[in-house]
Design a protein around this ligand. Structure first.
Ligand SMILES: [Zn+2]
Ligand SMILES: [Zn+2]
Length: 298
């Protein structure tokens, strides 16, 4: 990690660095990060193998911290030297109980917390308890206290990241025939691999196949509400509450960030389409509509 920090600094004055990305380097604890990064606002240390936050520096201006896909199970008090945190992502770690989350009560500005794919999410009363512990919290795992989903408005789509991840992930964006045909040509341009027009067409088709890759394996509605995860037991799961709960109770969940990024540019039909609703709305709007859709069967 030390070397990666050095590389990422690219010779800059540490006090002038506002964002630092250490994703995918290997380390079990924090090394090479120092208090000199006094103006750092965004730090991402995803999928590094961290087992503890030992060595976490004093970052007085840190606002967003992404620690997903590590093996952290305790020591959240070590983050207290970053009191301005508004957003903390700990999804895919090994946090087992509510006591471990206690130190987070001291973060007066924490608005959004992500604990998806941690055992603590299946503890009884998990959501209520966490909202109670952290009074400033508005969104837990992407949903507010009333289970209303809220889309992050400040998360811009990073196309480079999306296409990069996409090539490694399970490829549902092209059919098997296309893959066999001319995969070497397609690999050169991302546009060739991910045919957005076709994806949009598939979404609007009258008769989607039951096994459509764009549908949730549990509720069979479109994957139109985040977080979208790939569950090792169930398959692709949407962020509708019941599905989300089922997915966090079994298997391992892999957040499909790449898909979510793509889905942001697509339009989805309302889940009550069969009941007669004709609404087709963008990803970040269809979830809200479905909650008030007049075609809901009671
Ligand atoms: Zn679902
Ligand atoms: Zn509707």
């Amino acid at each position: 990690m030390e070397k990666r920090v050095w590389l990422e600094k690219r010779g800059r004055d540490p006090a002038k660095i506002r964002e630092l990305n250490l994703d995918n380097c290997r380390s079990t604890s924090i090394v090479g990060l120092t208090d000199e990064l006094c103006n750092l606002e965004i730090l991402t240390i995803v999928n590094v193998g961290l087992t503890s936050l030992k060595g976490f520096p004093k970052l007085p201006n840190l606002k967003k911290l992404y620690l997903s896909d590590n093996r952290i199970n305790s020591g959240l008090n070590l983050l207290e030297t970053s009191p301005k945190l508004t957003r903390l992502n700990l999804s895919g770690n090994e946090i087992k109980d509510l006591e471990t989350l206690e130190p987070l009560k001291n973060f007066k500005n924490l608005i959004s917390l992500d604990l998806f794919s941690n055992q603590v999410t299946i503890v009884e009363n998990y959501r209520d308890a966490v909202f109670k512990t952290i009074p400033s919290l508005k969104y837990l795992d992407g949903f507010d206290k009333n289970d209303r989903h809220v889309e992050d408005s400040d998360d811009e789509v990073d196309w480079g990241e999306i296409f990069g991840e996409f090539e490694e992930s399970e490829d549902w964006s092209t059919t098997d025939e296309e893959e066999e045909g001319n995969s070497s040509d397609e690999a050169e341009t991302p546009e060739g691999r991910i045919n957005m027009e076709k994806m949009q067409q598939t979404l609007k088709q009258q008769n989607n196949a039951e096994d459509s890759p764009l549908k949730c394996a549990v509720c069979k509605h479109h994957l139109s509400i985040s977080p979208i995860v790939l569950n090792t037991v169930l398959g692709s799961i949407c962020g509708r509450d019941a599905c989300k709960r089922l997915a966090s109770s079994q298997g391992t969940n892999y957040r499909q960030k790449a898909y979510e990024g793509l889905a942001k540019v697509l339009e989805f039909p309302c889940m009550y389409k069969e009941n007669g609703c004709k609404k087709v709305l963008p990803w970040n709007e269809i979830g809200g509509h479905e909650l008030i859709c007049e075609f809901v069967k009671l």
